[in-house]
Write a protein that binds this ligand. Structure first.
Ligand code: AHG
Ligand code: MN
Ligand code: MN
Length: 338
């Protein structure tokens, strides 16, 4: 029986078409795949392996870390640090950049990741995920610094996510479309099941945490009000709403059936002195790359996320992404406001 294309096969074949490819990138992606399989195993076994609950620590952003946040971060490091593909890495769960230990070779790539996204969902057994982005290290591999990581999203070499849902999936872009793979638990391989994903341009579904409504920016208030007015309102059609509180699950739904996801700027976030809720290097940029490669749009409100010049490792930004026509409408509302 032919099982279909494995992710390893797919990446190798894609890289063979890239002139000058050394196999380093293919090797790095394989290590990321291994890390995600290990995290998937932990997530699936949950309470059986003592993986639920809090770790009793906080990350640099003052968020309580779950056991699985810490464990996933460790699994990601262990799977990717040894092979000589990376110059350094950075994660939502580490204060500073992670230098590759002396005993290992260094490579030309940088890796940024959110080891476990949607971690408020862990204890209640709802979908979570892992998000990653690969950059080249501009300053050479000997002494990578934070500055090397502060590259616009347009510079990403690859990005993607693993979704630990009813089935485990890996969705990936290397800049020529988006492909989705499903983990076959029996053989331990991701198999190509969703080739060339494209987001439907038109949609009738939006995702936002409505408990923040009174704090939202005016253009977002207007957009949501118009959706809620349904067939009697200016949009002339009824909308549906979803909020999973796991960006990976949200983005995946949008890739498959369209929609718009918003974690906009709001008064509450401003009062904390933050630029947004989601993190530019670990969440916003990789997801924007995936969404744009699938034909969608991704903005802060007025601006394209992937063109932002990052100013800090843990910088946060507002995020509005999904079906192109809806994102363009929101951008127009922001621009009208001036
Ligand atoms: P993380 O678990 O990595 O901190 O990210 C959670 C993010 C994102 O996945 C989700 O869209 C959002 O935070 C949920 O925020 P609310 O709990 O405010 O709805
Ligand atoms: Mn996250
Ligand atoms: Mn996280």
């Amino acid at each position: 029986m032919h099982h279909g294309t494995t992710i390893t096969q797919f990446i190798s074949e894609e890289q063979r078409r890239v002139t000058g490819a050394t196999g380093e990138f293919t090797g790095l992606l394989n290590d990321i795949v291994t890390a995600c399989k290990m995290i998937s195993h932990q997530v699936n076994h949950g309470a059986l392996v003592g993986a639920l609950g809090t770790a009793g620590s906080e990350n640099v952003q003052g968020e309580t870390q779950k056991k699985l946040d810490v464990l996933s971060n460790e699994l990601f490091i262990q799977s990717t640090e040894w092979a000589g593909h990376l110059a350094a890495m950075a994660s939502e769960e580490m204060d500073d950049i992670y230098q590759i230990p002396e005993e290992y070779l260094r490579g030309k790539y940088l890796l940024t990741f959110d080891p476990l996204d949607g971690s408020s969902n862990i204890d209640v057994n709802v979908s979570v995920g892992t998000i990653f982005s690969i950059l080249r290290c501009p300053g050479g591999k000997d002494k990578p610094t934070i500055r090397d990581f502060l590259q616009a999203g347009t510079q990403q070499v690859a990005a993607g996510y693993a979704l630990y849902g009813p089935s485990t999936m890996m969705v990936l872009t290397t800049g020529s479309g988006v492909n989705g793979f499903t983990l076959d638990q029996n053989i331990g391989e991701f198999i190509l099941t969703h080739p060339d994903l494209k987001i439907p341009a038109e949609t009738q579904e939006f995702a936002i945490n409505a408990s923040n409504q009174r704090f939202w920016d005016a253009p977002v208030k207007r957009y949501v009000e118009e959706c809620l007015a349904g067939s009697e309102g200016p949009r002339g059609k009824d909308f549906n709403m979803r909020w999973i509180a796991s960006m990976v699950a949200e983005v995946h739904r949008i890739l498959v059936r369209g929609g718009v996801f918003m974690y906009p700027m709001d008064e509450k976030i401003r009062a904390k002195g933050q630029g947004g809720k989601l993190r530019l290097l670990y969440e916003a940029n990789p997801m924007s790359f995936v969404i744009e490669q699938a034909g969608g749009g991704s903005i802060t409100g007025p601006d394209r996320i992937m063109e932002l010049q990052p100013e800090g490792l843990h910088q946060r930004v507002p995020v509005i992404l999904g079906s192109r026509t809806e994102v363009e409408r929101l951008q127009a509302y922001y621009r009208e406001q001036g």
